[in-house]
Design a protein. Structure first.
Length: 468
């Protein structure tokens, strides 16, 4: 690679939030100028941490990060910070620059047009839909014209038109861009290279090529490594058996046995440190609450009662009010929910979670059976280990927060599920498992989702389309 063409370099970078939570172990990588690169890896592997290191919000424990030519870095994060939600659109964009010039509103309109969004300058950010906030975040990121653009799950909450627009935007983007996303089709449209974070080895593997080709290359490498290890392990086992036969019979044989042990030790060092595939959560069941009587009677925009086994999809473009309708159902303004029914709610922004609460306390608070062993076992099935349960929810990655929500459902045993973009932040490997669970849930389900393949896999689904 031409060294003059490298804009980002990690040279044996290590980082951990604590001595026991190492995320990167002497990771090395390079990113070329004007390339579009994808970061992949298991939830919690450190994808967002790499972004924070590039932004200077975190410092490496060891190693060096180099960004050439004093290149500027901008980011479109997954969520708008709470402290900025009550700003107007114009004031929100003013926080992106230190020197506010006259005519800034005109510049804001230009970047909003670039992401195909028309927003009133005086409207508060809080009052936009999830999809509209996603467009605001992208416009905010490009407003300062960064040399390196970081996109963290940019398609979350976007409808089909929104995803198509951002895809076209990236295909024509003329600067360096690094993307984190679990949307495989979206990534394959523009990706020129992939950085794979292995949560087992704490290393970064670098690949050139489009997304699907790289996934095949990773799978082929894994197969080769497994074959090499199996041969070495078989040889080691055979020589161990030989050592056991030789040991103690004579001085010569004892010397031979020692040399064989030394050879075995050398071969053990040759064993390839295996890259672990992204772990997929196992099939799981959300037990349905036993109840007598009605569950939910929708009052608006239509009058309808949902019974056991029914699934209702709320459809409509970004900004039409789908999330608002779900919240109105929860408060009783748009629906009458049986007061005896426990409701499992998955929101776009995890507002149903207390970020200052530990994961264990969050699970314990909804569990119908207050049994510690069951809580730990349920969490483990969703890749949340015992150490994580002692941490506050706010320390989890967005994907881990999503899995925590599903662990809560299992323990809560709800009678009704209300799911607002339930695949947001979730690793694509888990999505078929979640779809299967929803199909098997005995109670009614009301959901909003823009992920076509996920919606198509849900059985007994009817639709309610909101129109302007």
């Amino acid at each position: 690679m031409n060294e003059d063409n490298v804009i980002i370099r990690f040279n044996q970078v290590s980082f951990g939030y604590s001595e026991t939570k190492l995320l990167l172990d002497e990771a090395s990588l390079t990113v070329r100028k004007n390339s579009i690169v994808t970061i992949i890896g298991q939830n919690g592997a450190g994808k967002s941490t790499i972004f924070k290191l590039l932004l200077g919000k975190l410092k490496p424990t060891s190693g060096k990060i180099s960004i050439s030519d004093s290149a500027t870095v901008g980011i479109a994060e997954q969520m708008i910070p709470e402290e900025r939600l009550d700003l107007s659109v114009v004031d929100f964009f003013k926080t992106a620059v230190t020197d506010i010039q006259a005519g800034i509103e005109g510049e804001i309109v230009k970047v909003l047009n670039a992401v195909n969004f028309n927003a009133p300058m005086d409207k508060k950010v809080r009052h936009f839909s999830g999809g509209e906030k996603a467009r605001l975040l992208l416009a905010y990121a490009i407003f300062s014209k960064p040399d390196i653009l970081l996109l963290d799950e940019p398609t979350n909450n976007l409808d089909k038109d929104g995803i198509e627009h951002i895809t076209n935007f990236l295909m024509n983007y003329q600067k360096t861009c690094i993307v984190i996303s679990h949307d495989a089709d979206f990534l394959n449209s523009f990706t020129e290279g992939v950085l794979n974070l292995d949560s087992h080895t704490k290393k970064v593997e670098q690949f050139d090529g489009n997304y699907f080709d790289v996934l095949e290359e990773i799978a082929a490498k894994l197969e080769r490594d497994q074959f090499l290890n199996s041969r070495l392990e078989r040889s080691i086992k055979e020589r161990f058996e030989k050592v056991n036969r030789l040991g103690g019979k004579s001085i010569a044989m004892s010397h031979l046995a020692r040399r064989i042990r030394e050879d075995i030790a050398e071969d053990r060092e040759e064993l390839v440190v295996m890259r672990q595939e992204d772990k997929t959560i196992p099939d799981f069941t959300i037990p349905s609450q036993e109840f007598v009587g009605y569950v939910i009677k929708i009052k608006r925009p239509i009058e309808r009662e949902l019974i056991k086994g029914e699934r209702l999809l709320i459809k409509g473009p970004n900004g039409i009010g789908k999330s608002t309708l779900l919240k109105a159902m929860l408060t009783g303004d748009a629906a009458d929910i049986n007061p005896k029914i426990r409701v499992g709610y998955y929101s776009q922004d995890f507002s149903e979670l207390d970020f200052d609460q530990t994961c264990y306390d969050s699970l314990y608070s909804v569990a119908q059976e207050k049994i510690g062993q069951k809580i730990y076992a349920t969490a483990a099935a969703f890749l949340l280990n015992g150490a994580m349960l002692n941490n506050k929810i706010g320390t989890l990655s967005e994907g881990q927060k999503g899995l925590l929500c599903y662990a809560r459902f299992v323990l809560q045993q709800p009678g009704l599920l209300i799911l607002d973009e339930p695949t947001n932040h979730i690793n694509f490997r888990h999505i078929p498992v979640i779809a299967k669970t929803i199909n098997n849930f005995a109670g009614p389900v009301i959901l909003v989702s823009h992920l076509g393949e996920f919606v198509d896999s849900i059985k007994k689904i009817s639709e309610l389309e909101l129109k302007r």
